[in-house]
Design a protein around this ligand. Structure first.
Ligand code: GLV
Ligand code: MN
Ligand code: MN
Length: 405
């Protein structure tokens, strides 16, 4: 059994780092607040005598040795960064639940064959520096830190500089090579959707993750006087952007599984009486089938090319192929939930997660617990404590089984 009071107290403590007035968190990746969260967790780890490691992406690992020190570790964890108006549990629950599992193994003197490591992946959200899941993607060998050093956030801060500052802020974590494949990876997360709550089910046994693509669309028109310029003379970048964006909901009607979102739109020069000369906006596209992701991308590009009043360029900034989790891990999670007498159902993930990249290099899986109203990426995110505890117990049972302890 875990110490549930300890887990819940830690969730409250972490939520204070970057707390927002509305009860959520704003802890951007590699920011001073992200560094504070890492240091706080590292201090707790050192107090228990666990070793700390980090890699070129500043992924943070907390290790408890196994009987066979040379065996690959069972990796459990999630992320500490948040959306700008994020909730208290997205990433935090999975990271602290994993740490609670490590402490429980230690409290109870449970020896495991494989080492067990807690991981906090760098920049899962991708809201400060695009794309998301940088840490796990590089860990899985699908990218290198050099690919992103020059990426800038909205205020002009460079990813490379913020990464270096984050690594320097945690000198107690020993550097090690990135991406030595683990024995297995398991991540607990809130569902971020409505299914479990609606069906009154405690444990989601996640079968896989749908695909995601992000696009940056730049619309170049011509700034002009709002009061004097007749329609036939206008090259209104915002009007052009609006025409394309208005086509996204009908696309979702035509394909009930597609999810299309414009979450950011910047209008320049941004003056009431100036016709917009330039607009930059994003599109987040999700679908479980690669062919549909292709078709939707082709449609977006065709709409952009067809615009005659302004020039639109479409750049893909993130491409995550759908994944299926390892049947052995899926079965282990299902069995652990059953053994604990918990209600459960299989379901795919609509959100992307670091586990998607890990699935490419080791057996991987995820456990979901309900969140109220399915609300997430929102300061109002909330969970029932008993569900968080149940999810952590399942994580512990699966970790023990995989690690041999
Ligand atoms: C993860 O944060 C996602 O956007 O799916
Ligand atoms: Mn998350
Ligand atoms: Mn998220």
């Amino acid at each position: 059994m875990i110490k549930s009071d300890r887990l819940l107290a830690r969730l409250d403590e972490l939520a204070r780092i970057g707390a927002t007035p509305q009860g959520g968190v704003n802890r951007p990746a590699l920011s001073p607040l992200d560094r504070a969260a890492r240091s706080w967790l590292a201090t707790a780890a050192q107090a228990r005598g666990f070793a700390l490691y980090t890699d070129a992406l500043a992924n943070l690992f907390i290790r408890r040795d196994g009987r066979g020190p040379d065996r690959p570790p069972v990796l459990i964890g999630s992320h500490l960064d948040s959306q700008p108006s994020g909730g208290r549990f997205d990433g935090a629950l999975g990271t602290l639940a994993a740490f609670e599992c490590l402490e429980t193994l230690e409290d109870q003197g449970i020896a495991t064959d494989h080492p067990v490591e807690v991981v906090a992946w760098t920049n899962e959200e991708g809201s400060r520096f695009e794309p998301g899941t940088m840490g796990s993607k590089a860990f899985a060998g699908k990218a290198q830190v050099e690919d992103w050093l020059a990426v800038m956030d909205g205020s002009g801060a460079r990813f490379g500089d913020e990464l270096a500052a984050t690594l320097a802020a945690l000198p107690q974590a020993r550097p090690r090579p990135i991406g030595v494949p683990p024995h297995a990876y398991v991540e607990l997360h809130i569902e971020q959707g409505q299914i479990l709550e609606a069906e009154r089910i405690t444990i989601g046994v996640v079968t896989g993750v749908q695909g995601a693509r992000w696009f940056n669309v730049v619309v170049d028109g011509e700034a002009a006087h709002a009061g004097t310029t007749p329609l036939s003379y206008r090259h209104d970048a915002l009007a052009a952007a609006a025409r394309l964006l208005a086509q996204l909901p009908p696309l979702m009607v035509a394909d009930g599984t597609a999810r299309l979102t414009c979450g950011r739109l910047v209008v320049e020069p941004g003056s009431t009486n100036v016709i917009p000369g330039r607009v930059v906006f994003t599109i987040d596209s999700r679908h479980p089938e690669p062919a549909r992701l292709d078709a939707i991308e082709a449609r977006i590009r065709a709409m952009a090319a067809a615009e005659t009043t302004a020039r639109m360029t479409v750049e893909r900034t993130l491409d995550l192929a759908p994944c299926r989790f390892d049947p052995v891990i899926v079965a282990a999670i299902d069995q652990a939930a059953a053994d604990l007498g918990l209600s459960r159902r299989h379901l795919p993930s609509g959100a992307f997660h670091d586990a998607l990249h890990l699935a490419a290099i080791c057996p991987a899986g995820m456990i979901f617990v309900p969140c109220r109203g399915g609300i997430s990426h929102n300061e109002a995110e909330s969970i029932v404590p008993d569900d968080a505890i149940a999810g952590t117990e399942v994580l512990l049972a699966v970790t023990r089984q995989l690690a041999g302890g």
